[in-house]
Design a protein around this ligand. Structure first.
Ligand SMILES: Cc1cc2nc3c(=O)[nH]c(=O)nc-3n(C[C@H](O)[C@H](O)[C@H](O)COP(=O)(O)OP(=O)(O)OC[C@H]3O[C@@H](n4cnc5c(N)ncnc54)[C@H](O)[C@@H]3O)c2cc1C
Length: 395
């Protein structure tokens, strides 16, 4: 059987894989990036929101080919319809700045990896892998042809249903209570109060998560929700249909696309590396547990993974001990804040619809000035004594 050899094989060309491939190649490694899809980025499984700050931090210039909407603020809606408006200059929230066109964005990220020197193989499925004395041999299939790729380092960037980590013996299983079921319509004919503002709906409308309307054009938006199946008897689809039926903005809207996907919101996986193996992005739990957003963290973790992989290649050292530098960097830059977000999410999910209504009413009377997620939580503590008990020591 045909055998291709490389330094680094990245499995999955989402934001995590493309970023890993780009940074490994930029730092001198020979890289192959494979994806089972025939079109990178499609179909999307995402509401497509990213923070401006996140892109800036990674040095990614916004491009009019993949930014569909620049947002001016956020609207938070409690179960009885009480809403809290925050303007962009008042609030710095994750996943709230630009709405992307993922189908174009993901391709652009892969193109950046190619320009950095990575070889891209589309419609190439990784089927399994076996350990060799100095790396892994991955069985692949593309257009009916079976072949193998031998790599000194394999990077599992294969998304929420990741199998690569498990193939290599990492514990990547996500408990059902930590896997949100996301479902979304892209819709046309929306009548939003302000089509430049993203909307979040809280409470029993989406048990275990929240519902969202992320505008992509004047009357176009991603309308979706995430639920945790262990806390509701209805399916995510039933909740979505009910939401669309009751939400004033969607009364005359029509779906043009249905997106379904899992979102691992339980925090970062503990162990991200083994000898010759790394995991990154959704495959490694790099998803903000509070918001469910994972694009920026996938890109960021990919950058660290690529840099460490390339350094390991230069040193000819692929041991778990060497690759741990990546795990430690992720813990410091991503994982530690996730622990706080996880506790905040647990607190928010413990609130009843009427608790949420009274918090929204208290927020409505508050003057906001330059508020970050952290300050928002501090405000929550101020208006809700229960929050003080649960979150007081965190921030
Ligand atoms: C409904 C929903 C809404 C969301 N909204 C947002 C949002 O607004 N903002 C945000 O930041 N995040 C959002 N997220 C999360 C975000 O989509 C993910 O965190 C992000 O896509 C993670 O990137 P990734 O590269 O790790 O994985 P993915 O983007 O899932 O990419 C994994 C890639 O691996 C490929 N692959 C898998 N297995 C194999 C294999 N065996 N062989 C070859 N290729 C393989 C897949 O084809 C895929 O292209 C949302 C998620 C869901 C489900």
């Amino acid at each position: 059987m045909k055998l291709i050899e490389t330094d680094v094989l990245v499995i999955g060309a989402g934001p995590a894989g493309s970023s890993t491939a780009k940074h490994a190649a930029l730092n001198g490694a020979e890289v192959i990036l494979i994806d089972k899809k025939s079109e990178i980025g499609s179909p999307k499984r995402c509401a497509e929101g990213v923070s401006k700050e996140g892109l800036k931090k990674l040095g990614i210039e916004p491009n009019s080919r993949w930014v569909t909407k620049e947002l001016s603020g956020v609207r938070l809606i409690s179960p009885n319809g009480t809403d809290v408006w925050m303007k962009e200059d008042q609030v710095k929230l994750p996943e709230a700045g630009y709405i992307l066109e993922r189908k174009v964005f993901d391709k652009f990220m892969a193109m950046d990896a190619a320009r950095a020197g990575a070889a891209i193989m589309i419609k190439t499925l990784a089927r399994g892998m076996r350990k060799d004395y100095d790396g892994y041999i991955v069985s692949c299939e593309s257009m009916g042809e079976d072949f193998e790729i031998k790599a000194k380092i394999v990077v599992g960037a294969d998304g929420p249903e990741s199998r690569v980590g498990r193939w290599g013996g990492l514990k990547t299983a996500v408990k059902p209570k930590n896997m949100e079921s996301g479902i979304q319509f892209e819709m046309v004919g929306l009548e939003m109060e302000d089509p430049d503002v993203i909307e979040f709906y809280f409470g029993s409308v989406a048990p275990g998560g929240y519902a969202w309307i992320f505008p992509k054009g004047d009357d176009i938006a991603n309308v979706g929700l995430g639920i945790v199946s262990t806390v509701t008897n209805k399916s995510a689809y039933e909740h979505l249909v009910e939401f669309v039926k009751n939400c004033p903005a969607t009364q005359n809207a029509q779906p043009v696309e249905l997106n379904v996907g899992g979102d691992p919101v339980g925090g970062m996986t503990k162990t991200l590396v083994k000898d010759n193996l790394m995991i990154v992005g959704d495959a490694a739990g790099h998803v903000n547990p509070l918001t469910g957003g994972g694009i920026i963290t996938a890109l960021e973790a990919g950058m660290y993974a690529g840099e460490v992989a390339a350094a390991a290649v230069k040193e000819d050292n692929y041991t778990e001990k060497r690759l741990k530098e990546y795990q430690e960097k992720c813990k410091k830059e991503i994982g530690d804040s996730f622990d706080k977000y996880l506790k905040t999410k647990d607190y928010l999910l413990s609130l009843s619809d009427s608790d949420l209504d009274s918090i929204a009413a208290a927020f409505q009377d508050t003057e906001f000035e330059n508020i970050s997620t952290k300050e928002l939580i501090k405000l929550l503590i101020k208006v809700s004594p229960k929050a003080l008990l649960k979150l007081g020591k965190l921030f």
